[in-house]
Design a protein around this ligand. Structure first.
Ligand code: ARG
Length: 667
């Protein structure tokens, strides 16, 4: 990528001049925070030996760098006298005199604590555009060699490959510019996300977990990982005993089939009211759950029906979000692995029996309390089932990494789970870490991606929130907004010519609604909570999902009306306007952004980047008129402009897709 190549050129030269390690310098090169300060920048202290920057006192000095520097750096004499400003001045003078500014790099300028570099802009622009073209060609090649399907709402296109761990779907639509499928090649990541509870509302935490899991899945797939998306339903436990009791009283089969999620919730609410005046029901529920755990087929068949109907319903709603899980599992399924889990923990000496007959794991010395894994009556708990599920997944998927996207109200639960796994596999993990070539043991790869709360989420239908109602409210809000501009609304309708499927006004409104919800959520850093606001998120100006969709659709509109066809080898040296370079520079940063996000899994980084990109696009649109150039007979110029705008569109579209949005060509 252009950005990497140019950084390496800078680093290579600086390494020679300062005696500092080139790859360390390359890592320290960043983008200047101030506009007009060139394309790249490095903090000056990073070029001085550590002994200098710590005032000669040498705290945690990088010994290697310091001694290497001593050999080559003429300024060390002054440095050891402790006179930092002199050392810096000498170093600077040397860099400024000797740095080669006749090739890819055009100038070196100090500014405060930084050294800034301007690049050979026409070359940088050209290289960036070619990076995009190359990556998109590779994506097209991958797409056409796989079973393709272009519609977002239908099954995603997959290229199926066989590996030792089974058949996997390499989701080729995650490829393209900004992705590097070699990074995670051969690695398996399990992601447990969304995981709602049957018969209970889908709260803000589930919404966040759902879209965050979708984002992580798409990002990791783009980097070549095999992702196993697991929806671990809350479908087991005492409350399902209570549900069955409730269904006897209030159940209605017709309603159950119409909307299982809402009907089961209604039943659940009513039976919970009853229980406040009739404590006998609680005992009944316990008995019922005991029968479930004992595998009584009569009791289980009703529960199985609740579960199947709910999953079918959920599947449809997730599809609106472009989400497909590889596996619908649930607490009920892990119940089968419970005996194995007890066995393991007992062999490792972790499971203790209490006086009342309950089985516990004592995590007191880690500040995590004493955790019950088996109640005195023999039934399991949420934690028990998570231990069992984790063991099962390790065996079944042989994952290299396992992510759990769950709200911060379950931090303690996750800590307990991970600690139990760590203790249970301490010996195995120690063995693995001795072998340098081996990756760390799976029990050390468990990661809780925790996030803050969503406040004030309610829909038109009330406060008990269901995912479907959130999406419906978002959709109808956007439909109303679209109707405010009747001419535009008619145009969208016209272009979809009454189609019901892809491209229909309803689907456009649905996508806009989803974009609004997702971008509002992803704007704040995940660990922070936020206030859900229909008004703010659906605005078309400011940093909203609607604005991103608008920027994308506008680029499509410009291309359609430009009277110019895309020529990927257009002469980019004709793009001399500062706005053109600014846009190319923005585009060139995208692969760095995705790579750094791969490590943090923080969507706000990509969201902020896409807003920056959209602003650069909007400035460029004002000056780089394609149609006008074409009409003036400047075909080459029109083609060059169109190519740059196409690269911007590809980048924006790829970024939106990673976040879980489907870019709209019209809105
Ligand atoms: N069903 C749980 C809830 O709604 C979330 C499950 C998360 N995943 C897990 N493996 N514990 O709170």
């Amino acid at each position: 990528m252009a950005s990497t190549r140019f950084k390496n050129v800078i680093a290579g030269q600086l390494a020679k001049l300062t005696g500092t390690d080139a790859s360390a310098i390359a890592r320290a090169i960043d983008r200047p925070k101030v506009k007009g300060h060139g394309t790249f920048s490095i903090p000056l202290p990073r070029l001085l030996p550590a002994s200098v920057t710590s005032g000669g006192k040498k705290k945690k000095a990088d010994k290697k760098t310091a001694s290497e520097s001593k050999e080559t750096l003429g300024v060390v004499a002054e440095v050891q006298g402790g006179r930092i400003p002199d050392a810096r001045a000498t170093l600077l003078a040397r860099i400024q005199n000797e740095f080669d500014t006749s090739g890819m790099i055009r100038s070196v300028q100090p500014a405060g604590q930084f050294l800034n570099f301007t690049v050979n802009e026409p070359q940088y622009l050209h290289d960036t555009i070619q990076d995009v073209v190359r990556a998109e060609n590779a994506k097209q090649a991958a797409l056409s060699s796989s079973t393709s399907s272009t519609s977002f709402s239908s099954a995603s296109s997959t290229a199926t490959t066989s590996t030792s761990t089974g058949t996997w779907n390499a989701h080729v639509e995650s490829l393209g510019y900004g992705m590097d499928p070699t990074v995670g090649e051969g690695k398996v990541v399990a992601i447990d996300y969304s995981s709602p509870n049957i018969a209970k509302p889908f709260h803000g935490g589930h919404l966040r977990g759902t879209i965050l899991g979708n984002f992580a899945t798409r990002l990791l797939r783009g980097f070549g990982y095999h992702v196993v998306g697991i929806n671990y339903l809350g479908d087991w436990g005492k409350q399902y005993g209570l549900m069955a009791v409730g269904f006897d009283r209030y159940g209605d089969r017709t309603k159950l089939h119409q909307d299982p999620i809402k009907h089961l919730y209604d039943v659940y609410v009513r039976i919970n009211q009853d229980i406040t005046t009739n404590p006998g029901l609680d005992k009944l529920a316990n008995q019922y759950f005991k029968q479930m755990e004992d595998g009584d087929p009569a009791v289980l068949s009703l529960w199985q029906e609740f579960r199947t109907l709910s999953i079918d319903f959920y599947r449809r709603i997730y599809k609106r979000l472009g989400i497909e899980f590889d596996i619908y599992s649930g607490e009920s399924e892990s119940a089968r692995f419970v005996p194995q889990a007890y066995e393991l923990l007992r062999t490792k000496g972790l499971l203790k029996e209490e006086a009342d007959g309950a089985w516990v794991v004592d995590l007191e010395k880690f500040g995590l309390g004493v955790c019950t894994l088996r109640r005195a009556d023999g039934t399991t708990l949420y934690l028990t089932r998570d231990v069992a599920a984790c063991l099962e997944r390790a065996e079944r998927f042989k994952f290299d990494r396992h992510l759990y996207m769950i709200g911060d109200d379950q931090n303690l639960h996750m800590k307990r789970l991970f600690k139990i796994m760590e203790l249970a596999f301490a010996t195995e993990a120690a063995e693995t870490s001795k072998d340098q070539k081996q990756q760390e043991h799976w029990s050390r790869s468990l990661q809780h991606i925790s996030f803050g709360k969503v406040q004030g989420m309610s829909t038109r239908k009330g406060n008990a929130v269901f995912l479907e109602d959130i999406l419906d409210t978002a959709q109808s809000t956007m439909l109303e907004k679209m109707k405010e501009n009747q001419a535009k609304f008619d145009a969208v309708k016209e272009s979809s010519s009454g189609r019901e499927g892809e491209g229909s006004v309803e689907l456009v409104a649905d996508q806009l609604g989803i974009s609004a919800v997702v971008i509002q959520d992803f704007q704040a850093k995940s660990h922070k909570g936020y206030e859900f606001s229909w008004k703010r998120m659906t605005e078309s100006t400011g940093n909203t999902g609607i604005y991103l969709q608008y920027a994308y659709a506008r680029l499509c509109g410009i291309a359609d009306k430009s009277g110019t066809t895309l020529n990927t080898s257009a002469n980019t040296s004709l793009l001399t306007e500062p706005e053109a370079y600014e846009l190319a520079n923005m585009i060139s940063q995208y692969p760095d952004i995705t790579l750094s996000t791969l490590h943090t899994l923080e969507p706000s980084t990509i969201v902020n980047y896409l807003f920056g990109l959209s602003h650069a696009i909007s400035s460029a649109n004002q000056v780089l008129q394609v149609k006008a150039a074409a009409e003036a007979g400047e075909k080459d110029l029109a083609e060059a402009r169109l190519l740059l705008l196409w690269c911007a569109r590809v980048t924006l579209g790829n970024g939106m897709r990673i976040l879980g949005l489907e870019p709209l060509e019209r809105m």
